[in-house]
Design a protein around this ligand. Structure first.
Ligand SMILES: [Zn+2]
Length: 266
């Protein structure tokens, strides 16, 4: 019997059954190398499995995860954070190469906040749209969109009662992460291959957008059907209902924030 150095539990063996602390007799280089190896090379433990399962059997994988089989997988938040970090790294590299006309912080505040547009008007809604397309999508403010997840989870709970709020949140976090990973691949394709193939034109861009949105909806319906076991049609209707409600709440909330920010700046 020995007592754990971290939590004082008495136990036999190499790991504390209470907190998982490994027994360390004395630090040496072999041990340090082992720790380093674990920290650096096993960062991605579960990443490929999570990515692959979310691609080929998303709903079944999430159901297993919700039932408690969490060990083989990345945690949903970690998955989302890795995906978004990678995505914005690529976007910033791409925009450096592109030398795009992104607005500086001062410019966009002047354009959208310090202006004479009346507070409650059509112009305010246009400004809000401008903020989303000019600023939020291309800057670190895009983390604002993470706010969409709990709001969507709340709305979907109304339409899929078999899952609770947290289970919806976990599901959406996984799916959102997966969407970002797919976007990374698409972005790579777009900047290298597709752009030279079709050229930058509005019709091609809009078609691609339509295909992407359609594919995303299909992916969500597919997942939720595997997850909740309903029919395709009923899953589709409930999902569309939940997403509409979620987006409505999200944008209502955004407009309120925008108006109050504007009132503050004015
Ligand atoms: Zn312990």
């Amino acid at each position: 019997m020995q007592s754990c150095k971290s939590c004082d539990t008495r136990f036999n063996g190499n790991y504390c059954p209470q907190c998982g602390q490994k027994v360390i007799h004395r630090f040496n280089l072999t041990y340090l190398w082992g720790m380093f190896h674990q920290d650096v090379f096993e960062l991605d433990r579960g990443l490929w499995r999570t990515m692959k399962d979310l691609l080929v059997r998303p709903g079944y994988m999430i159901r297993e995860y919700l039932n408690g089989k969490t060990k083989p997988y990345f945690s949903p938040l970690k998955y989302l954070l890795v995906a978004t970090a990678l995505f914005y790294l690529l976007v910033s590299i791409a925009s450096m190469v592109d030398a795009g006309d992104t607005l500086s912080a001062l410019d966009w505040k002047k354009k959208y906040f310090y202006n004479d547009h009346p507070l409650i008007s059509l112009q305010t809604i246009r400004d809000l749209g401008g903020i989303f397309t000019d600023v939020v999508l291309v800057s670190s403010l895009s983390f604002y969109f993470l706010l969409l997840l709990p709001i969507l989870a709340l709305a979907l709970k109304i339409f899929f009662k078999s899952l609770n709020f947290t289970e919806h949140l976990i599901t959406l976090t996984f799916l959102w992460g997966q969407v970002f990973f797919v976007l990374i691949v698409l972005l790579g394709l777009l900047t290298s291959f597709l752009a030279t193939l079709v050229g930058y034109n509005e019709v091609a861009f809009l078609t691609l957008m339509g295909v992407c949105i359609g594919a995303m909806l299909f992916y969500f319906v597919w997942t939720y059907r595997q997850l909740s076991g309903g029919s395709w049609i009923s899953t589709l209707f409930r999902l569309v209902g939940g997403i509409y409600l979620g987006y409505f709440l999200f944008f209502t909330f955004s407009i309120l924030i925008f108006i109050s920010l504007k009132a503050m700046f004015a």
